[in-house]
Write a protein that binds this ligand. Structure first.
Ligand SMILES: [Zn+2]
Ligand SMILES: [Zn+2]
Ligand SMILES: [Zn+2]
Length: 279
């Protein structure tokens, strides 16, 4: 049995039995929707999936003719789609025993430039059995020294100049819930270097009750993670998945590695800190 919940805790669910199949999706639309370097979905037969709470908090955004992406309207976490014979469950938010699942990478040709696949799981250029990646919103023109980003629906755009201070992966359960991903990958940018160029009125800011600074900012229309400066924080936290262009920098380390899911072990050379460590 495994359970999952969104960052605010309003939406929760459980999955009975072993998860037999999961895929890491590297497409640009998943990256934007989750704000992460890639998305991971578990395919769960509907009879083994159960909502515990909060289905009334779920809103959707149709990112294509075929796919509606669901998120919690309070905190912006990506949540299961809950429909059809097979429920797509964002696997990074699951806690508990999921059994040993077959895992595959899909749409690897769309992989983020800062992410390296470091496991032996099978890789596919497309969806297994065919299909093609749906195009995301057109990327703004690239300008020298400017990194651009935005949400999946295109309502919100931002840009920053110069090199980010640092970039890191975080495996803490809050990041996993906020992104609905195995880990977050965030860049930290000086606030004077970043500006929203479009749609800042669509930004929803959720501050996690009881946390000193943790929260999640997202688009009210599509739920995509967007840049956020925590109260008192010196830098703006920019979710790497929201970027349209290559920031040049690469992740420096893994934080809260002790909180990672036990079925995902990045065998890379990066330092792995059980807690925050020093950046
Ligand atoms: Zn929520
Ligand atoms: Zn995808
Ligand atoms: Zn949006």
């Amino acid at each position: 049995m495994a359970t999952g919940k969104c960052l605010c805790g309003g939406v929760s669910f459980e999955v009975e039995g072993d998860i037999e199949h999961m895929h890491h999706c590297h497409c640009s639309m998943c990256r934007k929707a989750h704000g992460a370097s890639f998305a991971t979905y578990a395919d769960v037969p509907v009879e083994r999936f159960r909502w515990i709470s909060g289905s009334d908090l779920i809103v959707g955004y149709a990112s294509s003719e075929f796919l509606e992406r669901r998120f919690c309207k309070i905190c912006g976490s990506v949540v299961p789609d809950g429909e059809g014979d097979t429920v797509s469950v964002p696997a990074g938010m699951l806690e508990g025993d999921i059994g040993s699942s077959e895992i595959e990478h899909i749409l690897v040709t769309s992989k983020a430039p800062w992410h390296t696949i470091v496991d032996d799981h099978k890789q596919h250029d497309s969806y297994p059995g065919g299909g093609e990646e749906m195009p995301g919103p057109a990327a703004p023109a690239t300008r020298e020294g400017v990194v651009t980003g935005g949400c999946l629906c295109g309502a919100v755009e931002f840009e920053f100049t110069g090199e980010p201070e640092f970039m890191r992966n975080c495996h803490c359960s809050r990041c996993r819930r906020a992104k609905g991903a195995v880990h977050a990958t965030n860049l930290f940018v000086a606030p004077e270097k970043l500006s929203f160029t479009k749609g800042s009125e669509h930004l929803v800011r959720f501050d996690l009750p009881g946390a000193k600074a943790f929260g999640h900012s997202f688009c009210d229309t599509c739920g995509s993670s967007l840049p956020r400066q925590a109260a008192g924080a010196p830098f703006v936290n920019v979710p790497a998945g929201s970027l349209d262009s290559d920031p040049g920098v690469r992740p420096e380390c893994h934080f809260f590695y002790g909180s990672k899911v036990d079925w995902y072990t990045p065998e890379d050379e990066l330092p792995k800190h059980d807690e925050m460590g020093s950046a």
